[in-house]
Design a protein around this ligand. Structure first.
Ligand SMILES: NC(=O)c1ccc[n+]([C@@H]2O[C@H](COP(=O)([O-])OP(=O)(O)OC[C@H]3O[C@@H](n4cnc5c(N)ncnc54)[C@H](OP(=O)(O)O)[C@@H]3O)[C@@H](O)[C@H]2O)c1
Length: 286
């Protein structure tokens, strides 16, 4: 099986490369060396490589900048995916796309499963939902994995690093209580994607670790695991930050479709979080 991974240098992409290679698959990883927004380049390159599967983990994650200047975000997060879907159509292979809890408004008052109606509130979420729909409308075989709050070894920026870095530099933190979700380890997510994409169960999946917390609770847990529990954390609300992109206030994802198809349950996020914080402290990555 030949697998192309776009966004292969990112925190999820690098774990996808490792997991698919460990499973004996032939992996061709691309990042900015194959700009997914370049239609001619994508169409020239991808079908000629003869992939059996393409995974798009490339994205522009700056949801706040997207509100200020929507076109670059739509270009990468929608047009880039559109290009890859057209290339997959030509190559006759399925596309796996990584989407987000930002497709929901977060006002349901409970965890979202795959049967809940999306209602994105910002540009990033709108681009993700438009990509999901485009892929499903033109490809006979596709996978969509909605996930959230990623942390992984190749992450240049993620919440865990921001909390530990901020605690060290400033000695105190302010963290929101009104954003609730599930922290998800990219190594665990890559394993889920591997299992599903090698099973031929095409379709839409919510894919996160288990457990639910607010950003505030998550920050306290990170500090405790790092032995920095004395760092004061002031609870605030999102409105205090004045950020342009509205966040879904309560958007844990229920992995219902993975359960329905009989895939094993994911670990509680505290397990990989403990491993990750230990690794950050030992490796000097902070
Ligand atoms: N991180 C999260 O909390 C989160 C939550 C929900 C969903 N997701 C989704 O999960 C996927 C993986 O996220 P991640 O955290 O692994 O992101 P990441 O670490 O930023 O990885 C994305 C990679 O794509 C590259 N890239 C950006 N624009 C590109 C382009 N036009 N052509 C080719 N490559 C390009 C990035 O390069 P540069 O870094 O140099 O720009 C980066 O190496 C994304 O689809 C994201 O939307 C992430």
């Amino acid at each position: 099986m030949r697998v192309i991974i776009c966004g292969a240098a990112g925190q999820l992409g690098s774990d996808l490369v490792r997991v698919f290679e460990a499973g004996g698959k032939e992996v061709l990883g691309f990042d900015l060396d194959l700009d997914i927004t370049d239609h001619s380049l994508v169409m020239e390159k991808i079908p000629s490589l003869g992939p059996d599967l393409l995974i798009n983990s490339a994205a522009d994650l700056d949801a706040d900048q997207a509100e200020l200047d929507p076109e670059p975000s739509f270009r990468t997060n929608f047009t880039g995916t559109q290009n890859l879907a057209l290339a997959c159509l030509e190559a006759g292979c399925p596309l796996a796309f990584i989407s987000s809890d930002y497709v929901f408004d977060g006002r349901k008052g409970g965890a979202y499963n795959e049967f809940d109606e999306p209602n994105p509130q910002g540009i990033y979420g709108k681009a993700k939902l438009a990509s999901e729909r485009y892929i499903a409308s033109i490809l006979p075989r596709w996978y969509v994995f909605r996930t959230q709050w990623l942390f992984g070894k190749a992450g240049k920026r993620n919440f865990v690093k921001s909390i530990l870095g901020g605690a060290r530099e400033k000695g105190s933190l302010r963290v929101v209580t009104d954003e609730v979700g599930t922290p998800t380890c990219t190594a665990d997510l890559a394993e889920i994607i591997y299992r599903v994409c090698t099973s031929d169960w095409h379709g839409l999946y919510h894919a996160t670790n288990e457990g639910v917390c607010s950003r505030f609770e998550f920050a306290r847990q990170i500090l405790e695991l790092a032995g920095m529990q004395d760092v004061p954390v002031e609870p605030i609300v999102y409105a205090d930050l004045g950020l342009p992109c509205p966040r879904p206030p309560y958007s844990p994802l229920d992995n219902m479709n993975l359960r329905l198809q009989g895939f094993p349950p994911a670990r509680h996020y505290m397990e990989p979080l403990r491993e990750y914080v230990e690794w950050l402290l030992e490796s000097g990555e902070l």
